[in-house]
Design a protein around this ligand. Structure first.
Ligand code: HAM
Length: 453
């Protein structure tokens, strides 16, 4: 147990110093063979969103707790139950559960509106929510998200939604579905909340305990409850579309027309309300049939939040954005652990050969070739086994004799051939062979005598 003394010193009871040497529950190590898939997804994400003009923003993972209370929202489960708090004397800090509030803080704090009429940012990084861990739901997970400030119109929504659809398809997900809804502006939501409260109050006994609690603070959340009792009670509930103002309706119609023009498929889901408090008008989620994360589980979610920046003390600024869950997408894609093989493996025997190989390896690396050099002084057999195990494309074997003669043996491990070359020609021979990956080095079987094999 951690305690803070009146003088501000931290102490930990000795029993709590016991370590399990495991990652904290719900937080995962990403091993090198897994991180390739993250990198690939992140690269695709950057490549797609940058063509729409989004630029990268990097913010700290720790923020003042108040930021999330004022933006993510007091009635959201994320703020009510899932924050990881950090104790620091005189400060209430939290690990960020999402990236939207931090981006808004930066936008306001740097007065970005004063120099850019429209701002487009993206971010990639870890987020933290103290949820019950399960497949596709973790306590540390990674999001890649975009935020667009300064454009109130429905075409901005259409472009963002079209972009997420293309992105999801581009990543290789199958049967990508965009679920879309409008939550109206504050006036419509106020009226809708009133109608929902009026509708659910006489039916509260039929609702789950969770929904009963929501009735007073955020009755909209009852609509997306998965509990069959709530779903049944929602059957005849009022719909928000009936509460929209003329301006809300024009925005919604404009969005649908633009999506139709872009041929972006979507499905209107009047029950889609999203779990964060700040959304206004457009909200959306993306689901996929790929993998087995469940067709109902969103891999991406977002929407418009036109009131949030003003409520944080910034200038009134229309905004829209989304974030995708990297782990959920990798699960859906069924990405397997994977390590790229080195292209060239050096197997030197003795000090003189190792020194010559170090030099040759440096020349190849300077050309961008991934090289592995085994300088541990092991037997040739064990080095060849290692080169094989790593699926290297070429292996260079050099014994004392070759080192003295200025030659080396180049083995093409894919084509299963080998030849002896002067060391001065080795780098170019490998570069030539790599430039035409389908062909081998053209090596003829190596002479059997004088070679270290
Ligand atoms: P969100 O729907 O809370 O929205 O999260 C976006 C995505 O992050 C989800 O669709 C899911 O893929 C992933 N995700 C959320 N929680 C977890 C978790 N515990 N484990 C694994 N993946 C998770 C937001 O965070 C908003 N900031 C999106 C946004 C940006 N709205 C406007 N701008």
């Amino acid at each position: 147990m951690l305690t803070i003394s009146p003088t501000g010193l931290w102490t930990i009871d000795p029993p709590h110093l016991f370590m399990k040497l495991r990652a904290v529950t719900g937080m995962n190590d990403i091993l090198p063979e897994e991180s390739r898939a993250y990198q690939r997804l992140e690269q695709r994400f950057r490549a797609v969103v940058e063509t729409y003009g989004f630029r990268e923003l990097r913010t700290p993972i720790v923020e003042e707790l108040a930021l999330f209370h004022k933006s993510t929202g007091e009635t959201s489960e994320v703020v009510q139950k899932q924050m990881f708090l950090l104790a620091k004397e005189g400060e209430s800090l939290a690990l960020r559960p999402e990236g939207t509030p931090s981006a808004a803080r930066v936008y306001i704090g740097n007065k970005v509106h004063a120099r850019e009429p429209v701002t487009k940012w993206y971010y990639i990084g870890p987020m933290f929510r103290a949820e019950r861990p399960q497949r596709g739901r973790y306590r540390q997970f990674h999001q890649a998200g975009c935020e667009l400030y300064g454009d109130p119109g429905p075409f901005a929504d259409a472009e963002v939604i079209d972009m997420v659809y293309r992105l999801a398809t581009d990543l290789g997900l199958r049967d990508v579905g965009v679920r879309l809804n409008t939550l109206g502006g504050s006036e419509a939501r106020f009226e809708y909340r009133r109608r929902l409260t009026e509708y659910f109050t006489p039916r509260s006994a039929q609702l789950s305990e969770h929904a009963q609690a929501r009735l007073s603070d955020n009755p909209l959340r009852i609509l997306d409850s998965k509990d069959p009792r709530d779903q049944q009670a929602c059957e005849g509930a009022p719909v928000l579309l009936d509460c929209l103002t003329d301006a809300d309706r024009a925005h919604w119609q404009g969005l649908l027309a633009a999506l139709d023009r872009l041929k972006t498929p979507y499905e209107i889901d009047p029950r889609l309300v999203r779990g964060l408090d700040y959304y206004t008008r457009t909200c959306f989620e993306v689901v996929t049939q790929s993998g087995n994360i469940g067709a109902q589980t969103a891999i991406l979610g977002g929407g418009r939040y036109d009131d949030m920046l003003a409520s944080l003390g910034g200038p009134p600024t229309p905004a829209i954005g989304f974030a995708l869950g990297i782990e959920r997408i990798l699960l859906a894609l069924g990405e397997h652990a994977h390590t790229d093989p080195p292209l060239v493996f050096f197997a030197p025997l003795g000090n003189a050969a190792t020194l010559a190989c170090l030099e040759l390896a440096a020349s190849l690396r300077a050309q961008g070739v991934w090289v592995e050099l085994d300088g541990r002084g092991n037997s040739l057999k064990s080095m060849l086994r290692r080169a094989d195990g790593m699926s290297a494309r070429f292996c260079i074997v050099m014994g004392e004799q070759e080192a003295e003669q200025g030659t080396a043996q180049l083995k093409d491990l894919t084509a299963h051939d080998q030849k002896v070359l002067p060391q001065a020609q080795l780098v170019q021979a490998i570069l030539d062979a790599l430039a035409s990956p389908s062909t081998s080095t053209g090596a003829s079987p190596a002479p059997t005598s004088g070679s270290p094999t």
